[in-house]
Design a protein. Structure first.
Length: 428
């Protein structure tokens, strides 16, 4: 499982300068899944974030027989899926990241079956997969579950000949939409997906699939149509910038009272989060592909409801909770997407925060001066929120279990240090 990762942050420094926003985790993972659908040729993905989830995805691609080379300095991933040979997504890799489930459509089309020994991702309460399974079944697949000798549940999906149909998501699931689009791309006939997700990463995934030869319409409308084709070809594609990484750096400027140039960040991709941060006192200035941010006045409290895009992204909810600790008055947060995403509150309390949690609602009583403490990253965004809190705290903060942070943010310590932060990463 690797070494224990920790970050040590000494707070109190304003951040200034220019930072490069990484490629999007939630775009590159489905793209790796898409690249496995090309039976010949080499897919080249550029602007790949060098994060642990990508490293796991490369390991998983190799475990099922693909050739995958991650060129970290060039942030480029080259995948040759012509030799795909095993339908088994082994638990030791697949259960370490959510994106492993995005390999299923390729396995169904290329090998006729997928055996899922585990699915990972952050533990945020219930994270069901019924929209995916129901969609695959409507297209003609059979889904069965059995229990392995060690007690783990194993899902076996057999594809037969997948055919188009009318599919839906009860709520607009991000990976659910991506998986159903990929399953439909090589199915016989036409598929309609109702209540599809609108996230920019879903649209970027549609873009690479279209370049590969898929016939997909309606991206961004909630109703997606897919006319199945016989094959998809390998292409070159540049992964979009990570809007959550961008949001965290906006909040790093806000929590330290600094000013930053975010290369690659887009106000549009931030959706309602940009408006909420503006109300809190952050100033934005978009200049082409560079977003300038600064905060030089008092932080105002805020009322946030998480929602699917363009609503306030749930992945920015934890960082926002950390920021709200410094606001001049009570902030209210209503987490609508996940039912267990408030473990951060206990950690922030160790640093002096005053947060009341009631189910999926939280009240953050600001302002409170934060002080350094040893805290635990229970999940990826809990990790990024604790880094933000550490930047604003008096003294040293140690963040343990920080593998989670490394799952989704690249070169955190290096990028923040270049902006003036005192932060080091330790592994061992
Ligand atoms: C790899 C990836 O892209 N991860 C993102 C993706 O996760 P992910 O795609 O897993 O999130 P979903 O949009 O599917 O899930 C949202 C909600 O829908 C529920 N649900 C989902 C599918 C399903 O079949 N049944 C069901 O009930 C989930 O339990 C959850 O409560 O979107 C989340 C919500 O924006 C983000 O936090 C994650 O960063
Ligand atoms: C919940 C997240 O990711 P995943 O779906 O990959 O667990 C996240 O990025 O915050």
């Amino acid at each position: 499982m690797g070494h224990e990762v920790r970050y040590r942050v000494r707070g109190g420094r304003q951040l200034h300068g220019t930072v490069f926003i990484q490629g999007a985790k939630n775009a590159v993972l489905p793209m790796i899944g898409a690249s496995l659908m090309a039976a010949k040729g080499r897919t080249v993905l550029r602007n790949v974030p060098i994060i642990e989830d990508v490293r796991r995805a490369v390991e998983l691609a190799r475990a099922i027989g693909a050739k995958a080379e991650l060129h970290e300095t060039e942030r480029t991933l080259v995948i040759d899926a012509s030799s795909l040979s095993s339908p088994v997504l082994p638990a030791d890799i697949a259960s370490r990241f959510r994106g492993s489930f995005l390999f299923v459509p390729a396995l169904l089309h290329r090998l006729g079956e997928a055996v899922i020994e585990g699915v990972g991702g952050c533990n945020l309460g219930s994270r069901n997969l019924d929209f995916h399974y129901n969609g695959f079944k409507r297209m003609g697949a059979t889904v069965t579950e059995h229990v392995a000798d060690n007690g783990d549940g194993i899902i076996h999906i057999k594809a037969g000949d997948l055919r188009g149909g009318t599919l839906y998501c009860d709520t607009p699931s991000h990976t659910g939409t991506e998986n159903l689009i990929m399953a439909a791309a090589l199915a016989h006939g036409t598929t309609l997906i109702k209540n599809a997700a609108l996230e920019p990463e879903v649209l970027d995934n549609i873009a690479i699939l279209q370049a590969m030869g898929a016939r997909i319409g309606g991206g961004g409308t909630g109703f997606i149509t897919v006319d199945g084709v016989d094959e998809l070809t390998a292409v070159e594609h540049t992964v979009m910038p990570d809007r959550i990484d961008a949001g965290v750096f906006v909040m790093a400027a806000a929590i330290t009272g600094g000013d930053l140039n975010l290369v690659g960040a887009s106000l549009e991709h931030l959706g309602v989060a940009a408006d909420k941060l503006e109300q809190m006192g952050v100033e934005f200035h978009q200049q082409g592909a560079v977003l300038q941010v600064r905060r030089d006045r008092t932080l105002r409290p805020i009322n946030v409801i998480t929602d699917e895009y363009p609503g306030f992204a749930t992945d920015l909810q934890s960082p926002l909770m950390a920021l709200s600790c410094l606001a001049e008055g009570p902030s209210y947060i209503y987490e609508r997407i996940f039912d267990g995403r408030f473990k951060l509150a206990d950690e922030l309390r160790k640093m002096g925060a005053d947060i009341e949690v009631d189910g999926n609602r939280a009240k953050v009583n600001g302002p409170r001066a934060l002080r350094g403490a040893e805290v635990e990253a229970h999940d990826l965004r809990c990790g990024s929120a604790l880094v933000l809190a550490g930047l604003a705290a008096e003294g040293e903060t140690t963040i343990t279990s920080a593998y989670y942070l490394d799952r989704g943010h690249a070169h955190t310590a290096e990028r923040l240090s270049q902006l003036g932060a005192e932060i080091v990463r330790e592994a061992g």
